[in-house]
Design a protein around this ligand. Structure first.
Ligand code: WQD
Length: 338
């Protein structure tokens, strides 16, 4: 059985990806310093898969501690690297924390991949790398603009670091650019656990609907879009998770020595904020308490994916539509309230 090291394995996308990897026959170990996640996710993973996943509570910016994991686990086939700080607003306040954490941990992991001959490396990137693109429906070849935040810059730099490493060393790398991951596993055993007041749209919706937040704001309806609110490509976290398994299988099957490929992970559908709220109200039966507020600094007007490359080359197809994204997010929020 091939062993995969998942960093950030206790996090939102990490936990869902571990479930998918196990369901597809991989043995998984996790490393997560629990600075932004709880190891309760491991209980949820066990509930779904029946497997106990070991987590190393190690900070990947500690090179020595990181190496211990590779010494203790010889023969790791691949790494899926999620562990990073990812709050756009926080990255503007604490840029050096973001550069240190997100880039030092990546470099250490790649150094260990080279030293311990781990051939397959999947990097968690983001549509944020496109900045404010000239075209709203972006392909992997769409030129990258200047990142809108230090967080986005760490993803752009991370992609370059991975690409340069794969150019020199016998590593097969894949960069996965997520659009907006939302929703939760249908079992409600795992889901998104935002720390503090949620910045992202869907947790803000569900926390308002359940009464954790008194109301929420729509950040601007004076944009040049069909209803004035921003357009994003919301994609179910389980579809994102399965894309990682397919990317790994693709990399193992192709067995390229030195390669670095990029894939957009979005549904290809652009949805406005107001449409997302309407979909939530429809599936939950809850009238959402929101008001229209001013634009949010750093927001781009519209971006969504051309996902043809992932569909064709990875054989990936999104299974979840907007209603199921909203329903599973709502069911997860309700499960937390129990
Ligand atoms: C979506 C839309 C908001 C909250 C960011 C990162 C991206 C990824 C996902 C990490 C925007 C509007 C939001 C609210 C609102 N993160 N909104 N009221 O900014 O597209 O992407 O998170 O990988 O990298 O950049 O996602 O969910 O914050 O916002 O009106 O209370 O919802 O203004 O138009 P975003 P988001």
């Amino acid at each position: 059985m091939q062993t995969i090291l998942v960093t950030g394995g206790c996090g939102y996308i990490g936990a869902h990806t571990i479930v998918d990897l196990i369901e597809n026959g991989f043995n998984v170990i996790s490393v997560d310093n629990l600075s932004r996640a709880t190891d309760k996710s491991l209980l949820g993973i066990e509930k779904i898969t029946g497997k106990k996943v070991k987590n190393y509570t190690v900070d990947l910016t500690d090179k020595k501690a990181t190496e211990e994991i590779f010494i203790e686990n010889p023969g790791i086939t691949g790494i899926i690297h999620f562990a990073a700080y990812k709050a756009v607003g926080e990255s503007v306040e604490l840029p050096l924390d973001y550069y240190e954490n997100n880039l030092f941990s990546l470099v250490h992991l790649l150094q260990m991949s080279v030293k311990y001959h781990v051939k397959h490396f999947i990097f968690s990137s983001s549509c944020t790398v496109y900045g404010n693109p000239d075209t709203t429906r972006v392909t992997e070849a769409t030129p990258l603009q200047t990142a809108a935040s230090p967080y986005g810059a760490t993803k752009q730099m991370g992609e370059v670091i991975v690409k340069d490493t794969a150019f020199t060393y016998p590593i097969s790398a894949i960069l996965l650019r997520y659009f907006n991951p939302v929703g939760a596993h249908p079992s409600t055993a795992i889901g998104e656990l935002p720390i503090g007041r949620p910045q992202n749209l869907v947790p803000a919706i569900t926390q308002t609907a359940i009464g954790k937040l008194p109301k929420m704001q729509v950040h601007g309806t004076d944009y040049d879009t069909r209803d004035g609110s921003c357009i994003r490509d919301y994609i179910h976290v389980c579809d994102i998770a399965h894309a990682h398994t397919l990317a790994l299988q693709y990399s193992i099957k192709n067995n390229q020595e030195k390669s670095c490929e990029v894939f957009n992970l979005g549904t290809g559908n652009g949805i406005t904020v107001l449409e997302a709220i309407q979909a939530f109200e429809k599936v939950s039966g809850v009238k959402l308490n929101y008001e229209i507020g001013p634009r949010r600094a750093g927001d781009i007007v519209a971006i969504y994916a051309n996902n043809d490359k992932a569909v064709k080359q990875l054989g990936w197809n999104c299974k979840y539509g907007l209603d199921e994204m909203m329903l599973t997010a709502w069911q997860w929020e309700q499960s937390l309230a129990k």
